[in-house]
Design a protein. Structure first.
Length: 144
């Protein structure tokens, strides 16, 4: 199971606005002039940081921190699905060519599907996850 919602610490910045950090994803640091802007920037910063972790060939961190003064931030849904596909592919041990063959796609399209920075349609991401024995579930929560 993949979870792409991480605890974030929102603190007032002495220089004004708010600073946002993620204990489980130290690469993700952002802020905003208002709390609303800081929350929006946190979603983007978290997604960028996680894509960067994958680009460096490292495994994605798993959410582990919770507690007072922390707020849960989830990456954008399309980013979460893309990250899940890349993680599942890496765990599978198959080649990119074999991945393409199983999906019925050209090698170039399979490489784009596995590129965290390349947009991919939802149906394609779901098909790729199904190939790896994964199923997508959607959870909707009240906004902070």
């Amino acid at each position: 199971m993949f979870d792409f919602a991480f605890a974030a610490r929102f603190k007032e910045d002495p220089d004004g606005g708010f600073l946002v950090t993620f204990p489980d994803v130290p690469e993700a640091i952002t802020g905003g002039d208002s709390m609303a802007e800081a929350r929006a920037n946190a979603i983007e910063a978290l997604g960028l940081a996680l894509r960067g972790v994958l680009a460096m060939g490292r495994p994605l961190p798993r959410p582990s921190v919770s507690g007072q003064n922390l707020e849960v931030v989830a990456v954008a849904p399309e980013t979460a699905l893309k990250l899940a596909v890349v993680e599942a592919f890496r765990a599978s041990g198959i080649s990119k060519s074999e991945f393409a063959r199983r999906l019925g796609k050209a090698d170039t399209e399979a490489r784009r599907i596995l590129d965290p920075d390349h947009p991919t349609k939802l149906a394609t991401l779901e098909a790729a996850l199904k190939l790896f024995g994964k199923q997508v579930f959607v959870t909707v929560r009240d906004a902070a």
